[in-house]
Design a protein around this ligand. Sequence first.
Ligand SMILES: Nc1ncnc2c1ncn2[C@@H]1O[C@H](COP(=O)(O)OP(=O)(O)OP(=O)(O)O)[C@@H](O)[C@H]1O
Length: 284
Amino acid sequence: MTNETTAEPVLELRGVSKQYRRRGSVTHVTAVDGVDLTIRRGESFALVGESGSGKSTLAKLALCLERPDAGQILLRGRDLTGLRVSKLRGVRTAMQPIFQDASASFNPRRSVQSALFQALGRLRTTAERRAHAADLLERVGLRPAASFLDRLPHELSGGQRQRLAIARALAADPVLVVADEPLSGADVSVRGQVMNLLADLQAERDLAYLFITHDVSLARSFADRVGVMHHGRLVEVGTPEAVLDTPSDPYTKRLVDAVPDIEGPEPAPAYDPAPADPAGQGRT
Ligand SMILES: Nc1ncnc2c1ncn2[C@@H]1O[C@H](COP(=O)(O)OP(=O)(O)OP(=O)(O)O)[C@@H](O)[C@H]1O
């Protein structure tokens, strides 16, 4: 985590908008509407907002999986907006996604090793890739690595697949990780372990995170800054305390008030700031 406002900007969105055509209609929906946002090296930025507010579209725009209709997207100062797909491919590896449904993001017929080798394409020899893949698996708690390399994605538990997704993202040596609801559906212990792992990796690698979540309490515990989306607009941005404790926008207030457990008797056990599961033994 960082509170540095002087750290290098990793991702900059300037006046970014995206519309989609409604199916079977000539009308459009504005999914993202004139968003300005800068995320800096080592910063965790949580994006919250109700369903349909445009969070996932913003994530796809940031990852250049969608092209904006207006505005600019810069990665470490380089404008990606007009880049051809062939050029974009090389640049895009610096931004890695982790999606909610890890099983859908792996080829079911490719082994763990094969999935990681693909992401480690920059390494020249098979021996280098194998060693690096094993290091990554160990790092995310899939131990012993040798016992995971030949497995297929469906032979892992949901929590193990999510760890594998993190390992694959790290394999590309990113500066920015865009995590779209990576913990939805995970049970409480997995959530805590994965959040701890993400926090540890961030500290080790000075990663920036764009973290999308419905979970306001998770945003509060994890993020350096929180942004609130409403109808495609970023209506409020600031520290978790400023945004969530003393919201200035009426929509943010409603969003926070709608979370009964935020200060209630059973706070969501989303993120335990204890060290990550050192052995990573359990099927998580
Ligand atoms: N490919 C698409 N085609 C048409 N409309 C789309 C498309 N993707 C998103 N939308 C619309 O854009 C708006 C924003 O959707 P988006 O998925 O970005 O919201 P979200 O905040 O991520 O929602 P959720 O939290 O439910 O995932 C919604 O009205 C959605 O229906």
